[in-house]
Design a protein around this ligand. Sequence first.
Ligand code: UDP
Length: 465
Amino acid sequence: VEVRRGGGGHGRKLWVLVFPLPFQGHINPMLHLAGALHGRGGLSVTVLHTRINAIDPSRYPEFAFVEVPDGIPPEVAATGTVVDAILAMNAALEVSPSFRDVLASAVDGAEGRPPAACLIIDANLLAAQKVAAGLGLPTLVLRTGSAASLCCYLAYPILLQKGYLPPKESQLYEPVKELPPLRVRDLFYSSDTNQEKARETLANITETVRNSNGMVINTFDKLEPAELKRIRDELNNDIVVVLAAGPFHKVSSINNGSSMNLQPDQSCIEWLDTQATGSVLYVSFGSLASLDSNEFLEVACGLESSGQPFLWVVRPDLVRGLNRVCLPDGYEQAVEGRGKMIRWAPQQEVLAHRAVGGFWTHNGWNSTLESISEGVPMICQPQFADQMLNTRYVKAVWGVGFELEGNLERGKIKKAIRRLMVEKAGTKIREHAKELKNKVEGCLESSGSSQIAIEKLVNYIISLQ
Ligand code: UDP
């Protein structure tokens, strides 16, 4: 097994393997968690990564890297859904001799090292958990989503049984009594994903969690107290530790923001420096969500007519079916000085910038938590997976944003932006966002809940060796 060292090496005795699911929203939190662990208790980290969305080892000199097969067929990588990719990857890993070899050599403790203490896996990688268990290597799970979304996945069989799913048009706004404050439309469901595959993927997540020794979730105690309690009560007999140690990017020693394919455009920070405090709307729909060409036009025109400064992440693949984007004639001149478009942002830095006063987001969990961490209120436009659920919490539980519902239309967009950023109607939301940021700061203090959770995690890892 070839180990490529970023420079950190394995001089220290205690070490762990980490294996993220190879998608942006999963790689980032895993690397941040690895950064939080690195060095504590003399711990070093080896990152398992795949050819698909490979991580560049030279960017992370503190870690060692080993490539493992992903087993995702090229046609699935090119056109399949994330669910298809996850299922293909699990099917391949379970029987892959080279993957087994990588774990076996970690268990043997090659190169004069003791055996690795454990493997930390993304919750989607059930096959990795099984192979590790077969070799006697303990696993810990990283949940990159919220505690609330995990509650929903744990309850999924009951939700199916009770007929909430598949959702009926007439019942979308009815409450899901088992999971307040969710309504039927907030549940994990995607009309363009085969439901049997979605069910299998969620069942795999809960099985991975139940089969592992412990779990660490990218959330913090004061953000989701009821949901964390529910998970701890429910998993009490299965796993030893359930730790809320997030936001990982705030407890971590590493900086990470670049996409697998795109470099963050740092020029936007200089541009933000020229803008008034709290005036800029940051607009980004994450690494996967997309718009059709008409929606794209409405967003562009809505941003223009809002009169508000904006920074908009326009990924080359943002518009479905096209690999380039087409703005209306004269658009860039019309918004010059007030609107900036970039292909990829250093998002965590952007949200922390004093000029940013609002975030129009698809509510992927990382984006949601990054926004909460900086006290930035949100316009929510969820598309799939756990995004609707995150939006529901943003609005109904934390009161730090509201949803832009229905068709995207420029007049509606303009109104929403003005409400979020300047009008009296948005005052409460802006205040709540600041209050929630204070709670984040509390959990990050030296005796704060997330710092304690990281310490507990390190101690638990030491106990496994
Ligand atoms: N991100 C970034 N620059 C961008 C857009 C996104 O660095 O221009 C990062 C963002 O900070 C977050 C991740 O990409 O950590 C996206 O994860 P999220 O869970 O929000 O959404 P996903 O891409 O998984 O749908």
